[in-house]
Design a protein around this ligand. Structure first.
Ligand code: HEM
Length: 390
């Protein structure tokens, strides 16, 4: 009997890593009944899925992403995907956002720390990572005037539609209402930006022309919604998970304090160790064999990035958090044509968060009375991260 018949959603949500380990050993391409997906768990196979969009397409049918956002880059492939990505990508270059760490992110991070520095302790998720990620994203996108709570509500409601695989009309109505609200909010802003460009991603989407191509009004709306859903929670999670990783390894924290050059490898290792985004979801365009298993055309496949990042064939002692690991890059931002477009911004945010927290909170440490709780497999989030300092 297949291992996949015995895996429950609850088990995956609670802690998917032991399940991935079993799947890698026993059935690396496995249909898991409870989630209705083929889970692909080996490093080589995950790479292959992400890098073969002609066979494993992001343009799934039906598509919860297209249904909720409209045509967008994450749910498209080929010439259409390249056109959208080429127009959006320039805003994410160093030349465009290289000043973000000092001029945008650090001031927000410092302001947040000002609010709790003399309390001696806080929840780094709700008091720091969440508001930092929301404020930077608002500034970056060009939605500074939107309330933080509104942005978070849009995220939750749009994500409800993106995850509505069962086609529940009530869930879809929630997502559609949020989608209409975003469109209404954007309309006057886009009109203003047409006349008065600024340095935001929204303005760049309005004005960038590549090979004579621009985005339509609908494409601006749909791709901005993808940025809200892709950019808010995952960045919060990476900031919190990476802080937890280093704080739960105090001897490695001391090394980082002594040598700030270790900050970047320590964050990359945290993204490998506990990846905020667990999977790339794809659909087969034809019958195909993967890892000796026959997949029929139309099969839904989750290439499990989090499992690839723990594959013993690629990493030595993958369960260990080791800031000195030099075994190549991880897959937390995926690979291939859909490689995360916001990775640079997310890295800037996380590095700046570390710099500000370590500089400003002496003897920062975990609160031993309130250990972290983490859940989720497609998106892995800490519910809170209680810390103390002196
Ligand atoms: C730590 C934070 C982040 C993580 C771990 C992450 C992870 C990922 C992953 C794994 C993918 C590929 C999904 C797939 O293959 O199906 C992806 C794509 C994407 N991400 Fe991120 N992301 C993060 C932050 C951001 C930010 C800050 C933004 C935007 C402001 C963003 C926007 C996007 C977009 C638009 C795509 C689709 C790219 C395409 O289809 O060409 N992400 N992200």
């Amino acid at each position: 009997m297949s291992v996949g018949t015995e895996i429950s959603v609850e088990q995956l949500e609670a802690d998917p890593y032991p399940i991935y380990k079993q799947l890698r050993a026993e059935e690396p391409v496995c249909f898991v009944d409870s989630v209705g997906l083929w889970l692909v768990t080996l490093w080589d196979d995950v790479q292959h899925v992400d890098k073969s969009p002609d066979v494993f397409t992001g343009e799934t049918e039906p598509s919860t992403l297209r249904r909720t956002f409209g045509a967008n880059l994450l749910a498209s492939e080929g010439a259409y995907h390249s056109r959208i990505r080429n127009i959006i990508y320039p805003w994410f270059r160093v030349g465009a956002i290289g000043d973000y760490p000092d001029n945008v992110i650090a001031p927000i991070a410092n302001e947040l720390v000002d609010g709790f520095a003399d309390h001696g302790g806080c929840d780094l998720v709700s008091e720091f990572a969440e508001p930092l990620s929301a404020r930077v994203l608002k500034r970056a996108l060009g939605l500074s005037f939107v309330e933080e709570g509104t942005l978070r509500r849009w995220f939750v409601e749009l994500a409800t539609g993106a995850a509505n695989f069962e086609g529940d009309p009530e869930k879809q109505a929630i997502a559609d209402a949020a989608s209409a609200e975003v469109n209404e909010t954007l309309a006057p802003v886009v009109e203003r930006l047409e006349r008065e460009p600024d340095d935001t991603l929204l303005s760049s989407m309005v004005h960038t022309e590549v090979d004579g191509e621009r985005l339509t009004r609908e494409e601006i709306q749909s791709n901005l919604k993808v940025m809200i859903v892709g950019g808010l929670q995952a960045t919060t999670d990476l900031i919190a998970l990476s802080m937890w990783a280093i704080l739960s390894h105090p001897e490695q924290l001391e090394e980082v304090r002594a040598d700030p050059k270790l900050v970047d490898p320590a964050i990359e290792e945290a993204a490998r160790w506990h990846s905020p985004v667990g999977t790339s979801t794809r659909q087969t365009t034809r019958d195909v064999e993967l890892g000796g298993v026959k997949l029929e055309q139309g099969a839904l496949v989750a290439a499990v990035l989090a499992s690839a990042n723990h594959d013993e064939r690629n990493w030595s002692e993958p369960e260990r958090y080791d800031i000195h690991r030099r075994e190549g890059s991880h897959l937390a931002f995926a690979t291939g044509p859909h490689l995360c477009i916001g990775a640079r911004l997310a890295r800037y945010e996380t590095r700046t968060a570390w710099r500000v927290l370590l500089d400003r909170l002496p003897r920062l440490r975990l609160d031993p009375e309130r250990p972290i709780e983490i859940s989720g497999w497609e998106f892995r989030s800490p519910h809170h991260l209680h810390v103390q300092w002196s």
